[in-house]
Ligand binder design. Sequence first.
Ligand SMILES: [Fe+2]
Ligand SMILES: [Fe+2]
Length: 183
Amino acid sequence: MLGLIRRDRGMARQTDQRDDLDMNDFETCVSAVCKRIEGRIGQGPAQDEADVIAALNEVIAAELTCISRYRGEFEVASRLHGNEAAAGFAEHIAEEQAHADRVASHVRKLGGVPAQTIPAAAATKSASAPPDGLEELTLEDIRAERMIIAAYEALARWLRPIDETAAQLLDEISVEERDHLYR
Ligand SMILES: [Fe+2]
Ligand SMILES: [Fe+2]
């Protein structure tokens, strides 16, 4: 992401090229998912597999929200910066999809049904003015990724006493999310 910010600096603002992008309020959507995760943790220790499944479905919701966001940014990057920048987003999308798939696989092993759609709010166009340029988009991404990392790390601690495999999975995903802050 930081590479894209550097590339974006010095370019003329091209907000007109982004008007057709579904500019959902990414931070708000991610914040809502993270707050739901915090809410579950705040209710006390995880009790059973139903708790694990519900929590992991929040993780899938977060991942699907990221995928939707980064698909939009892939298009923006492609238009503004060409194939090289867009390739970075394609890689990013693939990693978020892999996260969602790994968590979904664990949900199925527990007998649950993985979440398949992003939260409704994530599909809603933001009421706020669209940000200026890819730089602001990527700064939003970084703030959202930081929220996700904090939520996943807390969730891993919450899940560990009842499901070590799920906790380990979240630890591994959190490490990869940290990488997203610097690309
Ligand atoms: Fe992810
Ligand atoms: Fe990420």
